[in-house]
Design a protein around this ligand. Structure first.
Ligand code: SF4
Length: 277
């Protein structure tokens, strides 16, 4: 452990890593790059807490490990590996507040694009706007996804420290206006939280406006998440098959009405799996 600092209510610890790129388990990516372990956004549904076995996983949203030597490790990885698609990030938000200090995501994207990798960025933060200078230089080798689960203020119950959805929407508009490929991750859709037309209709309208694809995902309860969630949300409604079928039909109907390209995360995985073969 290289050092510990406080950043607001969050404890930030610097760690050292041997590698920066890991093989991704997600079919759409060849590699994953996670500059941080843990996430200050502290979303109560975050599946990453199940995959983060160290301290940040147990104290979700309260503690973040910073991979202080990430850029050195990435430079070494790039020399050894074959370029491919990199998911930035898969178990953390690459633009959570600590990034404003460390700039690891910024430097990593620049390095990856210059080395011929395709970078796929996903965030809930408007901090990404800071890096539009380097992101736009990546040209066709970058795409950016903003996660927006609802446009209503109720987002706060499940994403307590993330940017307001209107700030995410503004960031998306700005990125799309530069001709960068954009998408919206509408997920997880959680029963009783963000499964009403008033939650997703404005998101689909935003997709139309910005020519973004929408990737829709349902809530997938996992043991650690359910335990964490039950301390913050009461009641938790079951994500039944009937509920999802009805909700998804309604979302897809709106997508067709607006002429927006919508796909479920499962269908997207399937398409990417077939492409891999
Ligand atoms: S922003 Fe993403 S990684 Fe961070 S807590 Fe929320 S869902 Fe998890």
């Amino acid at each position: 452990m290289a050092g510990t600092v406080g950043l607001g209510n969050v404890v930030v610890k610097e760690i050292r890593v041997k590698t920066a790129l890991s093989r991704s388990g997600l079919p759409e990516y060849d590699y994953a790059l996670n500059p941080y372990l843990g996430c200050q956004h502290g979303c109560i549904y975050c599946y990453a807490m199940d995959f983060t076995r160290s301290e940040p996983g147990r104290r979700w949203g309260e503690i973040v490990y910073v991979k202080a030597n990430l850029i050195y490790a990435l430079t070494k990885d790039i020399r050894k590996l074959k370029p491919g698609i990199v998911g930035v990030s898969t178990i953390t938000d690459p633009y959570q507040p600590v990034e404003s200090r460390y700039k690891l995501t910024r430097r990593a994207i620049e390095l990856l694009c210059n080395a011929g990798y395709h970078v796929s960025v996903q965030t809930k933060s408007a901090l990404i706007i800071r890096d539009l200078d380097i992101i736009s230089k990546c040209g066709k080798s970058v795409d950016v996804g903003l996660t927006i689960t609802t446009m209503r203020n109720t987002y706060r119950a499940v994403e307590p420290m993330a940017a307001h959805p209107t700030a995410r929407a503004s960031a998306l508009r700005r990125i799309a206006s530069l001709g960068i490929k954009t998408w919206i991750f509408l997920g997880p859709v959680i029963p009783g939280v963000n499964d009403k037309v008033e939650d997703y209709e404005p998101v689909i309208r935003l997709a139309k406006e910005t020519n973004s694809q929408v990737i829709i995902d349902r809530f997938r309860p996992r043991p650690v998440v359910i335990k964490f969630m039950s301390r913050k949300l009461n009641p938790i409604y079951p994500a039944t098959r009937d509920w999802w079928s009805e909700t998804l039909n309604s979302i897809m109907r709106l997508c067709r009405e607006y002429g927006v390209n919508c796909i479920t995360a499962e269908d997207e995985w399937e398409i990417n799996r077939k492409r891999e073969k």
